[in-house]
Ligand binder design. Sequence first.
Ligand code: FMN
Length: 387
Amino acid sequence: MRLTRAHSVEDLRRAARRRMPKAVFDVVDGGAGDEQTLRWNRESFARIPLRPRALVDVRHVDTTTTVLGDEVSMPLLLAPCSFARMCHSDAEAGVARAAGRAGTVYVVPGGAGERPEVVIRSATGPLWYQLYLKPDRAANAELLDRVEAAGYRTLCVTIDTAIKPYREKDLRNGVTLPVTPSPRLALAGLAHPLWSRDFLFGTGGAGPDLFAARRAYRNFTDAIMHIQSVTAEEIRWLRDRWPGPLVLKGVLRGEEVAEMVELGVDGIVVSNHGGRNLDGVPATVDALPEVVEAAAGRAEVLLDGGVRRGTDVVRALALGAKAVLVGRPYMFGLAAGGEPGVDRTLELLHNEIIRAMSLVGARSVKEIDRSLIGAPQLLADARGGAT
Ligand SMILES: Cc1cc2nc3c(=O)[nH]c(=O)nc-3n(C[C@H](O)[C@H](O)[C@H](O)COP(=O)(O)O)c2cc1C
């Protein structure tokens, strides 16, 4: 598919679905349990009506902002997502280059297929590093030293993944963690030759690399198979060690925010891991207001989960988020067309943010305030249906 024919994130999702074996697409697209939270992330945005401001001259709309000291071209960052190498051989390096071109931040996942030192070589702008804590403190210390020495300034610790992910869809598709090759997966690969050729031999910007898939698999397994609970004690330890901004990802309750601020946390990501961990937790946009209120300006609050449109970005910012992150949208772009597919995702979303800001009458990110949204409507109302 020609990327210029994709006009929305949903178009890129469809293109990704066509190019990838079902089992691999589902790893990216799917959620936990009955996928209730996955659905709510989208539905809750749809329930929030926009209230455009009239009589505003919007010939010049400025989408730039700062997030924890980093200047970005728009209030939209790239969330940490493992499995980039399964989408396309351009992998994390391609995502980092695309983020740099778009002028925004990429949060490099702890479960990346490449080492953090290698990914940052492709960066032209700031990258953050997402950490999965391991039970072995010495191993954590060694990793943090490497990450810091490589040039990452901001550390994002994921706190909602105390145990290994468990997704029925993946199990039904024969995908287990760690992934074990099987005749079924091999057959699926044969039915998708373009994807398989790229996966096995690498056709991306980095050129052929016969060992990249295996290395990606090892790095990912190493990060994800030994995750552990993150407690206040670990955050204290991290705060002492990490000199730059410290962000916690995976917060859904306001009452914990004061303690986090006292521990020296600079940023909080309201996140339910894109509905991939605990099914049944609220949509992030519903949890956002209590976290913003509790933070009371002492920590920057970000949000991810279900952001697919520029209008979603405006809604989240109107409710107090400093910026949003997207996960699946750029992974779909990557799967659909490698690095240029990530460019296309960011181009589409940036244009949507400009259009949404223009039409609600916000000339700058600062002008996006609570007055731009109305009270959330009941689901039936929002869908235009009776009862
Ligand atoms: C394929 C995939 C892999 C992910 N891997 C990680 C990860 O390694 N670390 C992490 O903190 N979050 C991970 N996430 C969660 C994202 O960072 C983010 O919270 C989520 O994707 C946001 O929801 P969205 O996909 O609806 O934008 C992953 C999400 C996806 C879809």
